[in-house]
Design a binder for this molecule. Structure first.
Ligand code: NDP
Length: 336
């Protein structure tokens, strides 16, 4: 089959492209400029007859993906801004929402061969900040982030701006499907990953240029950006980027995944877990909180991942394995 991957040069998308190519798919990747395609061509040089690169300069423009969707069997829509530097929340919301609806509109009008669209949403559109520990599942929606951004505008906290953009984009995708049901020949699968970590194969010249999640990981584990107290009390949930890429291909293959939003997560962590794992592999970083006990850590947010197990049969790399591979990656780059 032939699969369109939007934002193909991104951290996650590069692994999605690689996994698809390794599994025999032909890939058409969109990037915003010719120069952003160069690294893709180089990394996947051995697949030159299986990889096509198309420039979509502005994903928010009407008809943006009309050409891109022609002749493909499925779409993996990953392009969306993920950073904590937006002043106006619309810097995130407009490309997140309109990028998603442009893809779906183009598939409806020009993608007659498309049977499935997979959208990379996020646990950002599932979770809510709350004082008591709580387990979230696919029935939960982060409408609180939307409300907070509507109330506070530019003054809203950065994470709220990003979370609102992801919630609004995913809502827009499901609303599109509802509005057009009966007149379209494809279905939708939404993947909701939490923090995504793992070795980087996208173009990154320096640690400062890492994508948001890996920037956080690198600076926390190797640059001491958090105090010992924070290391053992602050955390999140996570998935290895290679497992998330596998989830993207499983989402194409499993018929029963159609019409579902699916949380994909290995589990919860405190940052101290990553420090400990990196140290086990010989990383020269401060010990942090040596009294930390992984088994006793209380996580305010957890995710029910039974749906992913049932529908995708997804297996996950461990913190230990993933930490080792990131450490090796950074060593090879001469950064640590
Ligand atoms: P990257 O920043 O590495 O990749 C983002 C991709 O989206 C790039 O191809 C980028 O293109 C493109 N993009 C960003 N803004 C725009 C825009 N305004 N117009 C067009 N294209 C744009 O991040 P990730 O790989 O981490 O993110 C990929 C997806 O995964 C996103 O949808 C993100 O929300 C989601 N996600 C990520 C998580 C994580 O922890 N990393 C967690 C959960 C979800 P360019 O290089 O040209 O800017």
């Amino acid at each position: 089959g032939k699969v369109l991957v939007t934002g193909a040069n991104g951290f996650i998308a590069m692994w999605v492209v690689r996994t698809l190519l390794e599994q025999g798919y032909t890939v058409r990747g969109t990037v915003r400029s010719e120069s952003k395609g160069a690294h893709l061509r180089q990394v996947f040089a051995t697949y030159s007859d299986k990889l096509e690169i198309l420039i979509v300069e502005d994903i928010t423009k009407e008809g943006a993906f009309n050409e891109a969707v022609q002749g493909v069997d499925a779409v993996e829509h990953t392009a969306s801004p993920f950073h904590f530097k937006a002043d106006d929340p619309d810097e995130l919301i407009v490309p997140a929402v309109h990028g998603t609806t442009r893809v779906l509109e183009s598939v409806r009008t020009h993608g007659t061969s498309v049977r499935r669209v997979v959208v990379t949403s996020s646990c950002a559109s599932v979770m809510q900040l709350q004082p008591e520990p709580r387990v979230f599942s696919e029935v939960d929606w982060n409408d609180a982030a939307i409300a907070e951004v509507r109330a506070k505008g530019r003054a809203a906290p950065q994470p709220a701006k990003y979370r609102a953009s992801k919630t609004l984009a995913e809502r827009a995708a499901w609303e599109f499907m509802e509005r057009n049901k009966g007149s379209i020949g494809f279905d939708l699968v939404v993947l909701n990953p939490p923090y995504v970590f793992g070795p980087a194969i996208h173009e990154v010249g320096a640690p400062e240029a890492l994508n948001e999640s890996m920037h956080d990981w690198f600076h926390t584990v190797f640059k001491g950006s958090k105090t010992a107290t924070q290391l053992s009390s602050v955390g999140s949930s996570w998935i290895d980027v290679r497992d998330l890429a596998e989830a993207h291909t499983l989402a194409l293959k499993r018929e029963e995944a159609g019409g579902e939003r699916i949380i994909v997560s290995e589990g919860a962590f405190m940052w101290q877990d990553w420090v400990n794992a990196a140290r086990v592999h010989g990383a020269n970083v401060p010990a942090g909180d040596e009294s930390y006990d992984h088994a006793k850590a209380v996580h305010s947010l957890r995710y029910d991942t039974s749906k992913a197990a049932r529908l995708l049969g997804l297996k996950y790399r461990s913190i230990k394995e993933s930490a080792k591979d990131m450490f090796e990656d950074f060593k090879a780059r001469g950064w640590v």
